[in-house]
Design a protein around this ligand. Structure first.
Ligand code: ADP
Ligand code: MG
Length: 157
């Protein structure tokens, strides 16, 4: 498992990072987001959606758990499993993970036993009012390649 760490100094910088990641993803990709309330998980997802060319407004799917956005380059399945009553509860996650779209899961550790073996884990830590430390952990060689691609781009700007 290799880690890549980014420090952003504004919501816009986090959005920019998410947009760059969106350009690299493929159908079937699974990305998890961890971080305290207000860390920036939804901000990141909004940027990611923008990067996929999704124009519908993305907000936290608090009551629905899973929201689907299909008007972008590839479908986005946005999950927030924070309010899932039972971590063993299976809402058909597997089908989303092996689908035509990319799945982004806020509070993914709540369903850790159900996550695919290979995935990109993103952890957002609030290091200041507008500062965030964003750690990408690649689990599996496919995600390691993605992280390296993203890293190469980040150096060039
Ligand atoms: P979560 O989904 O993790 O609970 P949100 O994305 O809903 O968090 O909220 C994050 C809040 O922090 C937003 O109001 C956002 O504008 C603010 N913020 C400030 N600085 C940053 C930053 N560098 N990156 C992301 N969000 C930031
Ligand atoms: Mg949120």
């Amino acid at each position: 498992m290799k880690k890549f760490i980014y420090n952003t100094k504004s919501p816009e910088a986090t959005t920019k990072l998410a947009i760059k990641l969106a350009a690299l993803v493929n159908p079937g990709d699974v990305i998890t987001l961890e971080g305290d309330l207000g860390a920036g998980k939804t901000t990141f997802t909004k940027g990611f959606a923008k990067g996929l060319g999704i124009s519908r407004n993305v907000n936290s799917p608090t009551f629905t758990i899973i929201k689907e956005y299909t008007d972008g380059r590839i479908p986005l399945y946005h999950m927030d499993v924070y309010r899932l009553e039972d971590s063993e509860e299976d809402l058909g996650f597997e089908e989303y993970f092996n689908s035509d779209g990319v799945t982004m899961i806020e509070w993914a550790s709540m369903i850790k036993d159900q996550l695919p073996a290979e995935r990109l884990e993103i952890e957002i830590f609030r290091s200041g009012d507008d500062e965030r430390e964003i750690t990408f952990t690649a689990i599996g060689s496919y995600y390691l390649e993605k992280c390296k691609e993203l890293d190469d781009e980040s150096i060039s700007d």
